[in-house]
Design a protein around this ligand. Structure first.
Ligand code: F0G
Length: 352
């Protein structure tokens, strides 16, 4: 039996890793690709919809795939410190991997706009956490300037090692399905992840591991949809705080993934995101954070428009775990009913 030891060990030949690279891993990757009978049924007889549940990564999001490579390389290069801007998940992952590597970690977060779970993660791993009176785009600009001037490595997805690591999710999908999907649906924020998947699929095609490429379907939140609108959004707004980004760093690469694959980048409203969020929990038993539900909201939007015509295998990427943002559940569903501590009262409530 091959023991699983994380994405670097699994896909080393595709990664910029040498014998000198100290591998900092938390056994990330190898996440489940879950068949959804419910969504497949909604689309029709000849459709197969799969959910790539990246919330199953060690810190609860896809960021770990990129962070294991970025932090291993930072360690190899004797970095004393790393820095990132984040809507939450990047900071949670950077803080965790930096702790394991013994490297100082600094994170800049937009004040008041980070889900509680993510903030807790950065804090417990002893990162230096700074809440900036501005949005994610302001934070990113600051960390880019700092990392250019001081010996502190940037671990946002503008760091190419992050993209290298994240592309392994595309490999896993192809290895599991023994083909590329026809379509991949993915939330888009800073646009690193869509860039990484597209790179992964192209590399697998180049190595003849697959014989065709999927169409890439990206979804932004309607209040934070700069790529869809064709211009930066000064004050992005959405309940999906992870993708509340007005000027994505990998904008051009996301457009290239869209155009080269013959796909699209569209947007979904907060209402559509919440509907998909609740649906995934109720029908598929999967609890994701709101940004992740943007992919399924996008799938449903396209299905309604009859976009998918022929039989197809579709993979929706679920980027982060629902436990990241427990407040959203409380704001979305009814709290438990308080009743008396007696059998009669309980039985009445549950219908016996
Ligand atoms: N989904 C989740 C849960 C995310 O945390 C992010 C990005 C995305 C989707 C979008 O991915 O930026 O590569 O297009 N989160 C970043 C962060 C920005 O700081 O955690 P992207």
């Amino acid at each position: 039996m091959i023991k699983y030891r994380g994405i670097i060990q699994r896909y080393k030949e595709f990664l910029p890793i040498t014998d000198k690279t100290p591998i900092i891993s938390l056994c990330e990757g190898n996440t489940p690709l879950i068949f959804s009978p419910y969504l497949s049924g909604l689309l029709g007889e000849n459709f197969k919809v799969y959910l790539k549940f990246e919330g199953a990564n060690p810190t609860g999001s896809f960021k770990d795939r990129g962070m294991t490579v970025a932090i291993s390389k930072a360690k190899e290069e004797n970095a004393q410190a790393v820095i990132c801007a984040s809507t939450g998940n990047t900071s949670a992952s950077a803080a965790s991997y930096a702790a394991k590597a013994g490297i100082k970690c600094v994170v800049l977060l937009p004040k008041g706009a980070i889900a509680l779970g993510k903030l807790s993660q950065a804090l417990i791993h002893n990162a230096t956490v700074l809440a900036i009176d501005g949005n994610f785009d302001d934070c990113l600009e600051l960390v880019r300037t700092i990392s250019a001037q001081f010996p502190i490595q940037l671990v946002n997805s503008v760091n190419p090692y992050r993209i290298e690591g994240q592309k392994t999710a595309a490999f896993e999908i192809c290895d599991f399905l023994e083909t590329a999907p026809d379509y991949q649906v993915i939330p888009v924020g800073n646009a690193g992840n869509i860039t990484a998947y597209w790179k992964g699929y192209k590399e697998y095609l180049g190595k003849n591991k697959i014989s065709r490429l999927p169409k890439m379907l990206g979804f932004q939140a309607a209040g934070a949809a700069p790529i869809v609108k064709g211009k930066p959004i000064k004050k992005p707004e959405t309940i999906a705080t992870a993708i509340r980004i007005g000027n994505p760093a990998s904008w051009k690469q996301a457009e290239a993934a869209r155009d080269e694959s013959g796909g699209l980048i569209d947007m979904v409203s907060d209402k559509q995101i919440i509907e998909a969020y609740k649906l995934l929990a109720a029908k598929d038993g999967i609890f994701v954070e709101p940004a992740s539900a943007a992919s399924v909201a996008g799938l449903l939007k396209l299905a309604k428009k009859n976009y998918f015509k022929q039989a197809a295998k579709i993979v929706c990427i679920l980027t982060g775990h629902g436990l990241k943002d427990p407040d959203r559940v409380i704001k979305t569903v009814k709290p438990p009913k308080v009743i008396k501590a007696n059998l009669k009262a309980v039985l009445k409530e549950i219908g016996y």
